[in-house]
Design a protein around this ligand. Structure first.
Ligand SMILES: *Cc1c(COP(=O)(O)O)cnc(C)c1O
Length: 355
C-alpha cells in the first residue's frame, strides 16, 4: 500500500512559503511589499454602504463591473480582461490551462518563487534562466525551444528591475508558447506591457490591486490578453472566483486612478531617497522601479541585517537563491517608517564597528 494519498509531485514538493504576517502589530512591516497608505476613500464608501442582503446571491461569474472598469482604464474591450482572486489565482489559471504534466515552465532567477510551486503542482519541469549582469533576459530562442509557458515578473521581484517593452516584444516573438508578464509592480515603474496583447498574440499581462492600490486584503487581480485566450481561460477558472464584496471594492478602487497614482508618486519619492541613503552606507542594490529595494551586498551580511533589524522591531524579507545569492528585500513604507529603518541600520553598523 502507498504510504501517502498524494500524487508523487505533490509529495515531493516543498510548497510556497508566503512572507510572514505577524500578529505583533508593533513591528514595522517591510516584508511583503504592501502599500503603507490607505486605499481610495471610494472603497471605504462601498464597504460602508454594501447591500448585505445581496450576499444571498452568487456574485457575477466574470466580475463584470470591475472588468468593465479595467477595460476602460486600458482602453481594451472587456472580452480581453479576466478577473481573479488576487493575481496568484490568475497565475494558477494560466499554469493549469497551458502546462501539461512533464511540460517545461521557464522563468528567470532570482525571481518570484510562486512560479516554481505552480509548475510543481502541475507535475511540470521548472527551468530557471539567470538574468544577465544588467538584470536583462537573454534573447536566445534556443533557451526557450521546449517551453510551454514563460513567466516574466516585470518589474522583477526581488530585484525591482525592469525589462524594457521592446525587449519583452523580442522575447515574446521568439517563444513557442505564451509569455506571462506579471506586472504586480508596473504602476511603480510608469511603464507597462498592458497594450501588447493587441499586437503580440502570445503576451498575457497579469496585474494586481495588492500593491499599488493598497488592497492586498481583498484579493483582486486581473489579466489582459487576446479575447480568444481570455475566453479559453474562463473554462479553467472557478465559476465564482471573485466574491461580491471584492468586485465592488475593486471597481471603486480602479475608478479612482488619481488616488492610486498619488500614493505611487509618494512611494517612489521615498524609494529614491532611501536608495541613495543606503548606497551611502555602502549597500549594493540594483536601481529599483518597484516599491522595494534588494540589498544583496554591503557592509553587513543579509542574515545579520535581517536579524539586527528584527531585534529593532523592523521586519524585512530574507530570501535565498542558492548560488545566485542571498539578500534582504525591503519594502518601501512611509517616510517615518523608512527613517526608522535608516536609523536602525546606522545603529546596527555602529554597534558592529564597536565590537
Ligand atoms: C505580490 C505579487 C503577486 C501577487 O499578487 P496577489 O494579487 O496579491 O496574489 C504576483 N506576482 C508578483 C511578482 C508579486 O510580487
Amino acid at each position: 500500500m502507498r504510504s501517502s494519498f498524494f500524487r508523487k509531485n505533490i509529495e515531493e514538493m516543498q510548497g510556497y512559503t508566503p512572507g510572514e504576517q505577524p500578529r505583533d502589530t508593533g513591528l514595522i512591516k517591510l516584508n511583503t511589499n504592501e502599500n503603507p497608505y490607505p486605499p481610495s476613500p471610494a472603497v471605504a464608501e462601498v464597504l460602508r454602504s454594501f447591500p448585505y442582503d445581496s450576499l444571498r446571491r452568487y456574485p457575477d461569474p466574470l466580475a463584470q463591473p470591475a472588468r468593465e472598469a479595467i477595460a476602460g482604464v486600458f482602453r481594451v474591450s472587456p472580452e480581453c480582461v479576466l478577473c481573479g482572486n488576487g493575481s496568484d489565482d490568475l497565475l494558477t489559471i494560466v499554469t493549469r490551462a497551458f502546462v501539461d504534466q512533464g511540460d517545461t515552465v521557464v522563468s528567470f532567477q532570482p525571481g518570484y518563487l510562486l512560479y516554481e510551486t505552480l509548475a510543481q503542482i502541475q507535475g511540470a519541469v521548472f527551468r530557471t534562466i539567470p538574468f544577465d549582469s544588467n538584470w536583462q533576459v537573454p534573447l536566445d530562442p534556443e533557451l526557450y525551444r521546449d517551453a510551454s509557458l514563460v513567466f516574466l515578473a516585470n518589474p522583477n521581484s526581488p530585484s525591482g528591475t525592469l525589462v524594457a517593452r521592446e525587449k519583452v516584444v523580442e522575447l515574446a516573438d521568439m517563444l513557442p508558447c505564451p509569455l506571462i508578464v506579471d506586472e504586480a509592480y508596473a504602476d511603480f515603474a510608469g511603464e507597462t506591457c498592458a497594450d501588447l496583447p493587441q499586437q503580440v498574440p502570445n503576451v498575457v499581462v497579469i496585474r494586481t490591486l495588492s500593491k499599488s492600490y493598497s488592497l492586498a486584503g481583498i484579493r483582486f487581480g486581473y489579466l489582459i490578453a487576446r479575447p480568444e485566450i481570455a475566453e479559453g481561460l474562463i473554462k479553467v477558472k472557478d465559476s465564482y472566483n471573485c466574491d461580491a464584496v471584492s468586485i465592488a471594492a475593486a471597481q471603486a478602487a480602479i475608478r479612482d486612478q488619481a488616488h492610486m497614482q498619488e500614493n505611487v508618486r509618494r512611494i517612489c519619492r521615498t524609494r529614491d531617497r532611501v536608495y541613495l541613503a543606503l548606497k551611502e552606507l555602502g549597500f549594493d542594490m540594483p536601481p529599483s522601479k518597484a516599491n522595494f529595494l534588494w540589498c544583496a551586498g554591503g557592509p553587513i551580511s543579509p542574515d545579520d541585517l535581517y536579524t539586527g533589524l528584527r531585534r529593532r522591531g523592523i521586519l524585512v524579507r530574507l530570501l535565498d537563491y542558492g548560488p545566485l545569492g542571498r539578500g534582504v528585500r525591503i519594502t518601501i513604507g512611509t517616510d517615518t517608517e523608512m527613517d526608522r529603518l535608516l536609523e536602525a541600520i546606522r545603529d546596527l553598523l555602529a554597534e558592529r564597528g564597536n565590537e
